[in-house]
Design a protein around this ligand. Structure first.
Ligand SMILES: [Zn+2]
Length: 197
């Protein structure tokens, strides 16, 4: 009789310890699953961030471009046209700010390198950085010129000549129609507002 009772107690103990083990296992499995999910979410967020930073430019269709651009903007940027001297937006613009690509918004030039060339077109002695513009030899006239385009979206911007002022000696002769001027105070205001959000 006594022996049977001891046995029952032992069995109960066994069952209890089995239950404890099972509970512990379940909890640890749950913990692993949660941490894996967290890791996955973190990786996904990083991936998305990287993708946004390195996302290649998606070229716009001709329909989109015709809808977004004015006739002169389309003619200059897409058909390598040249606007009229002295009859364009920025040839005499003396305000502080940046000139961005009218098609893709990439910063191209700043007012710091703009100079009075007397040509009737906005002229700069350097782009905002080396990566912002690309070059190509242009034989449209009877002599060779160096064509300048937006490195990001390949829109035509103008030409570069070797008769510019110091320190580069370059004259980037640009079309106003290929650019959108962002005034410095307006740019500051925009940044402040986006920081507030
Ligand atoms: Zn562009």
């Amino acid at each position: 009789m006594k022996k049977t009772r001891i046995l029952t107690i032992d069995r109960r103990r066994d069952l209890l310890s089995l239950f404890v083990i099972m509970a512990a296992t379940t909890l640890s499995l749950l913990a692993i699953t949660i941490s894996q999910a967290d890791e996955k979410a973190a990786t996904k967020a990083t991936d998305e961030k990287t993708a946004a930073a390195e996302e290649p430019y998606q070229p716009k269709s001709e329909i989109e471009l015709r809808r977004e651009l004015s006739k002169i903007q389309f003619y200059v940027t897409q058909e390598e046209g040249t606007e009229k001297a002295f009859r364009n937006l920025y040839w005499n613009n003396k305000k502080d700010g940046e000139y961005h690509c009218v098609v893709c918004g990439q910063p191209l030039f700043t007012s710091r390198t703009k100079f009075k060339s007397g040509t009737g077109w906005p002229s700069f002695y350097a782009p905002v950085n080396k990566q912002s513009v690309g070059f190509r030899e242009d034989w449209k006239l009877f002599y060779s010129r160096t064509e300048v385009h937006c490195q990001r979206c390949t829109s035509h911007l103008g030409h570069v000549f070797n008769d510019g002022p110091k320190p580069t000696g370059k004259r980037y002769c640009m079309n106003s129609a290929a650019m959108k001027f962002i005034e410095k105070s307006a740019a500051k205001k925009e940044t402040a507002e986006s920081e507030k959000e």
